[in-house]
Write a protein that binds this ligand. Structure first.
Ligand code: NAP
Length: 316
């Protein structure tokens, strides 16, 4: 019998993945199903394809009695309850490493953009204001700034290497010091006081929820910039909006949002903010590499072998 595979994410997934999955089982996509058809597909599904933004909680496991494997098309799996996966004996994989360079590139692009005020200068030139009003105001230099990475894992390390190439001085905050030539802080507020640019590259979790709040933003200070390419829930959005509106920090560049795809109107109105719609890994080649890693995990499961990239807390 053909293995029932259900795709529950609306992320931008290459058609190639769907074509390949159809060779391995009977494929259904949530986006093509009515609510009743979706409920039936959940009852049958043996493999579910989710993504970083997918929510999969206790009630979802209960409504998928035949589920054996969730493959997350992404590295972050904060939406998937791994304890419940363990209780229900469901395997979970994700797509680490293949997206590190893209996400790190975006972090640096956002850092350069916000410090050099590039989007506003682009709008200034494009609207012909230069000719009418003269030179554009001065910005902040990016090179030689002190940058503090919140999280120095797979992606954080790639950001650090790029920051070094821009002659920036790198510090980091994590639970454990690493074998790297960067200054380690076990106290985030202390690090925020000592850097000009704070870049978030840490997973969303109960421990990191609203880690960036008014205290940390105050410590970052009026010359400081916040870059978030990690997860929206790590930042207290209300505190960030207040800090930006009252110039308690100089600017922010955000790829991820607490209530995405909704972005608070206040954030959208501010001109000391740069926004992107969660595009960290959104390039053609990286999404293809992620698709291949999803397929490698599906194939390993179908052959009864160990998953290629199993989520580390997934043990039963
Ligand atoms: P990773 O390799 O697991 O690294 C995570 C880092 O965070 C490690 O340095 C870890 O160090 C630190 N950390 C974890 N929990 C912590 C805590 N409670 N307090 C302090 N430090 C903590 O993860 P990654 O592959 O670099 O990915 C990081 C995150 O980026 C993902 O979880 C995902 O949410 C996000 N992401 C976003 C996009 C996008 O499109 N914008 C794309 C990919 C990934 P210690 O263990 O030493 O604390």
């Amino acid at each position: 019998m053909s293995v029932p595979i259900l795709v529950i994410t609306n992320s931008f997934i290459p058609e190639y993945l769907f074509t390949e999955l159809k060779k391995r089982g009977s494929l259904k996509l949530k986006r093509d199903l009515s609510p009743e058809e979706f409920e039936k597909a959940k009852q049958e599904a043996e493999i579910i394809i989710a993504s970083g933004g997918s929510k999969f909680k206790k009630e979802d496991y209960d409504s998928c009695p035949n589920l054996k494997l969730i493959t997350d098309f992404g590295v972050g799996y904060d939406g998937i309850d791994i304890n419940e996966a363990n209780l229900h004996q469901v395997l979970v994989s994700h797509t680490p490493n293949v997206l590190n360079d893209d996400v790190a590139d975006l972090a640096l692009a956002h850092t350069l953009n916000i410090t050099r005020n590039l989007v506003n200068s682009h709008n200034y030139a494009k609207a012909g204001i230069w000719e009418q009003e003269g030179a554009f105001p001065l910005a902040t230099n990016c090179h030689h700034q002190k940058v503090g990475l919140v999280g120095l894992g797979r992606i954080g390390l790639e950001i650090a290497h790029r920051a070094e190439a821009f002659k920036m001085k790198v510090s980091y905050y994590a639970r454990h010091p690493k074998d790297v030539p960067y200054c380690y802080y076990d106290n985030l507020e202390e690090m925020a006081k000592n850097v000009e640019i704070l870049i978030l590259a840490i997973p969303a979790s109960k421990e990191t929820f609203h880690l960036i709040d008014k205290k940390i933003l105050k410590a970052l200070g009026p010359q400081g910039f916040l870059i978030n390419i990690a997860r929206g829930s790590i930042v207290n959005t209300e505190d960030l909006i207040y800090a930006l509106e009252h110039k308690e920090i100089k600017g922010a560049a955000l790829d991820v949002f607490e209530h995405e795809p909704h972005i608070e109107e206040a954030l959208r109105k501010l001109d000391n903010v740069i926004l992107s719609p969660h595009i960290g890994s959104a390039t053609e080649s990286t999404r293809l590499a992620m698709a291949n890693l999803v397929l490698a995990n599906v194939d390993a499961y179908l052959k009864g072998e160990s998953l290629v990239t199993q989520v580390k807390e997934n043990k039963f």
